[in-house]
Design a protein around this ligand. Structure first.
Ligand SMILES: [Zn+2]
Length: 382
């Protein structure tokens, strides 16, 4: 099942890691809060200088992020959950999912968010229903979207959510997106990187992109490995995920660009997980391929250079190093970056520090990445 390969790890050791991370972060934050106590206002520490010392502080158990003297509402656009009853309908088991606590949206998750300094998560469910029949897919999506809306209603300051949609039935997906946004208050849709073997650039999906564009909502693309390469991705290294996932995103975005889908829907707001996969790392190749091989041009006239489209989409910051974040920002623009943690899958435990500590960004850049850009995209009040 592709959902299994899309996730990370599910051992008791991972749970221990999360507990350790939380303690470590809490300890560090408390130490910082103590050191800055004289400058604290209403329990929130202030940095010594406005421009150069992003700081964090704790109020109780919750880490609060302050940059340039301003509290930032941090928003994580890449946070997974599953709804057990919907999962059961698909014949899947929650315990087969990676990510400790993935079936919980409540105190445990909030505690982990508090430790990392995440104020809000935009919840999404990876699509495991793209090969389901219409009735089943309808039922699964209905349950999921209603439950997601319940979570957001119960914890309005901590969660928003992306609707699930049955994209294998584009007309149904259009309805589900519209209902999810207008009736349930969901903030967009979470999708895979292809639909049961069909690329997003396939004209049959145009009505869905048109609806997303019309509603002005964000579409979160999360890969589901590249099953066609399963034979080559066997062996050590969990390559189906390590390579398969970023490659899946790279293929999806490349088709959206080269097939003219982004020209057709210029207002479409797309955010890709994992920093957009490999595409931003080797972007300029896309600008040169048809020059080298004009016989491979199928006649689609793009309005811009391929790399220009990269600057119109959004990406999470799950790229691990300061240098990778710098390069991503250089290729797509810092205005296009938003925090993504992959919570509760433990790819990283310092998503906030990753942004606070990377050199070369202004305080305004950091605030944008940490939450201001996501707040605009997800219509979250700051
Ligand atoms: Zn993920």
């Amino acid at each position: 099942m592709s959902t299994r390969t899309a996730f990370d790890s599910s051992t008791a050791g991972v749970m221990a890691d999360i507990a350790f991370i939380e303690c470590e972060l809490l300890g560090a934050a408390r130490a910082r809060a103590r050191a800055k106590a004289p400058a604290a206002t209403r329990g929130k520490a202030r940095p010594k200088s406005g421009q150069s010392s992003p700081a964090t502080a704790m109020t109780g158990r919750r880490r609060e992020v302050v940059v340039g003297g301003r509290r930032v509402k941090t928003i994580d656009v890449h946070a997974h959950c599953v709804i057990p009853e919907a999962y059961a309908l698909l014949g899947l088991k929650v315990q087969d999912h990676r990510g400790p606590g993935i079936n919980e949206v409540g105190p445990r998750r909030i505690r982990e968010m508090d430790a990392q300094g995440i104020d809000m998560e935009a919840l999404s469910i990876n699509p495991a229903w793209y090969r389901a029949e219409r009735d089943l897919a309808t039922q699964v999506v209905k349950i999921q979207n209603e439950r997601l809306a319940e979570f957001c209603g119960k914890y309005p300051d901590r969660f928003v959510a992306f609707a699930s949609v049955a994209l294998q039935f584009p007309d149904l997906a259009v309805q589900q997106l519209e209902e999810g946004v207008k009736k349930l208050g969901l903030r967009g849709a979470a999708v895979g990187a292809s639909v049961a073997g069909d690329e997003f650039s396939d004209p049959k999906f145009h009505p869905f992109w048109a609806k997303a564009e019309q509603l002005g909502v964000l579409i979160f693309i999360h890969p589901q490995s590249t099953p066609d390469l399963a034979t080559r991705l066997k062996g050590n290294g969990w390559l189906a995920n390590t390579i398969g996932n970023p490659l899946d995103t790279t293929i999806a975005l490349s088709h959206l660009i080269f097939e003219g889908t982004l020209d057709r829907f210029p207002g479409l707001k797309i955010c890709s997980a994992h920093g957009g996969g490999y595409l931003p790392s080797y972007a300029a190749r896309s600008d040169n391929s048809l020059r080298v091989a004009p016989d491979m041009d199928t006649g689609i006239k793009l309005k811009k250079k391929p790399t220009e489209y990269l600057k119109t989409m959004y990406y999470d910051t799950l790229v691990f190093t300061s240098e990778a974040l710098r390069h991503l920002a250089a290729e797509v623009g810092v205005s296009q970056l938003v925090v993504g943690t992959d919570h509760p899958i433990p790819w990283q435990d310092k998503s906030i520090d990753h942004i606070l500590k990377a050199p070369g960004f202004s305080d305004a850049d950091r605030r944008a990445m940490l939450g201001e850009t996501a707040a605009k995209l997800l219509k979250i009040k700051r």
